[in-house]
Design a protein around this ligand. Structure first.
Ligand code: 5RP
Length: 219
């Protein structure tokens, strides 16, 4: 099976985690696009969705799925999203699609984060994938210097403006052995909107697409 087939497989498998009659938290990315397409087949059995990006909102609406604003909702039973990396404790790097801040906001409303990913995303230590960080543009050099002091090389993602009107720094060369501590530290830096480490909002379940089928990891 190729990567696209694995994404389609886990996108469908995630339907088993959708709570009947509920509003579903929906992430962003190519794996989530497969999930959204699968969700359309059971749209009569959910109230709607809260979306983490303009792109996902558009796809949900094209399928006729009602999209609620995050502010209209107090609690979601489940949030389903992809990841750029996930470790064996459910910590993730996210933001490859530049949607990390809204993803964290919607994940924060949810009881359970269900991660859908192909097996290439499973790692021992986070950091091989450059860490995305959403930053207010005037603070970019300052935040980049702070990462340099930690051994990271930060680059502004060219031509990208987030749904929130901000910039993305991609930071290579980090080995994130304590994801929670690093998430808390970077969140304190002035100008950082959010960091793509999902440790406080880690996954509780990961549906991993493998050549042998879907493997369920629980954390
Ligand atoms: C978007 C994300 C995505 O979940 C992550 O980039 C994975 O994307 P894909 O499913 O396309 O591999 O964090 O901001």
């Amino acid at each position: 099976m190729n990567q696209d087939e694995l994404k389609a497989l886990v996108g469908k498998a995630a339907l088993a985690h959708v709570v009947e009659g509920s509003i579903v938290g929906v992430g962003t990315g190519s794996t989530v696009n497969c999930f959204i397409d699968a969700l359309a087949t059971i749209k009569g059995r959910i109230k709607g969705a809260v979306s983490s990006s303009e792109r996902s909102t558009e796809r949900l609406r094209l399928h006729g799925i009602h999209v609620f604003e995050a502010g209209e909702v107090e609690h979601l039973p489940v949030y389903i999203d992809g990841a750029d990396e996930i470790d064996h404790r459910g910590h993730m790097i996210k933001g490859g699609g530049a949607a990390l801040t809204r993803e964290k906001i919607v994940a924060d409303l949810a009881e359970r984060f269900v991660c859908i990913a192909d097996e290439s995303k499973l790692v021992q230590v986070l950091g091989r994938f450059p860490l995305p960080v959403e930053v207010i543009p005037m603070a970019l050099p300052q935040v980049a210097r702070r990462f340099a002091a930690l051994g990271g090389q930060a680059r502004v993602r060219a031509g990208v403006v987030t749904d929130n009107g901000q910039a993305i720094l991609d930071v290579a060369g980090l080995s994130i052995t304590d994801p929670l501590a690093m998430e808390q530290e970077v969140n304190q830096w002035p100008g950082v909107v959010s960091v793509g480490i999902f440790a406080r909002h880690r996954a509780r379940v990961c549906l991993l697409g493998t050549a042998q089928g879907v493997k369920t990891l629980t954390f």
